[in-house]
Design a protein around this ligand. Sequence first.
Ligand code: CA
Ligand code: CA
Ligand code: CA
Length: 254
Amino acid sequence: MNQPNNTSSYCIIAAIQTSYEWIESITLGTNTRKSGSDKGYGNFTDQVWSFNWGASCAYRLEAGFPGASYKENWYIWLDANGDGDFNDAGELLLRMEPGNNPVAGTFIWPAGSGVRTTGLRVAMKFLKSDDPCGEIPYGEVEDYTVQLGPPAAVATFPVVPPKGASTSLEDSWKVFPNPTSGRATIAWKNDAGQVPQHFRLMNSTGKIVWESKTEVGYQQITANWQSLPAGIYLLRWGDEVKRIAIQPTGSSAY
Ligand SMILES: [Ca+2]
Ligand SMILES: [Ca+2]
Ligand SMILES: [Ca+2]
């Protein structure tokens, strides 16, 4: 067994015979590490790659062969609970049977909360074995550090109120209920009812998905957004905008 010269804090694992195949490169999400041969074990824990709990992760795993190529087993473990091993339930994130080279696909990070910086181990083994530790006859292992955090917040709106927009109208109109299951009332002050009112609802890409122009004399209308997908929208009235949350039907008491 080739003793790794710079082990991580996890159990030792390394290949005995390292001259026939190795991990050439791995890609997780937008991160790639092209390492070539590390003589059985590569420690890349000094670099931290960030991901989100519960999110999907595209991967690409490539074997390198100096001569003939072989079909390899691939494994990815995550120390999801941060207790220093890869043995807990759900910590084997990926197991790929021997197939093509490279292998690519998607796995799902475990669910979690808070921020955790922890170990991730990628193993390529010629012979099948689910053990994240010990010696392996042929192949290579690489250790990484990943930081998992809460899922990204709801995308911020690209549409913002124009510069200089008045805030004095803040309470001169309202939308209720909000969140809404799709039917909502838009009401505005009496004195604004002396001119036609024009409302536009935009989705998260800024596209207008609904609009209404009312005649003089009205002070409120009922909007029907039930055909729109659930999500966050922006309702514009003159220079004023309000965030509207449309919920899936059935999730509101409305
Ligand atoms: Ca390598
Ligand atoms: Ca663990
Ligand atoms: Ca454990």
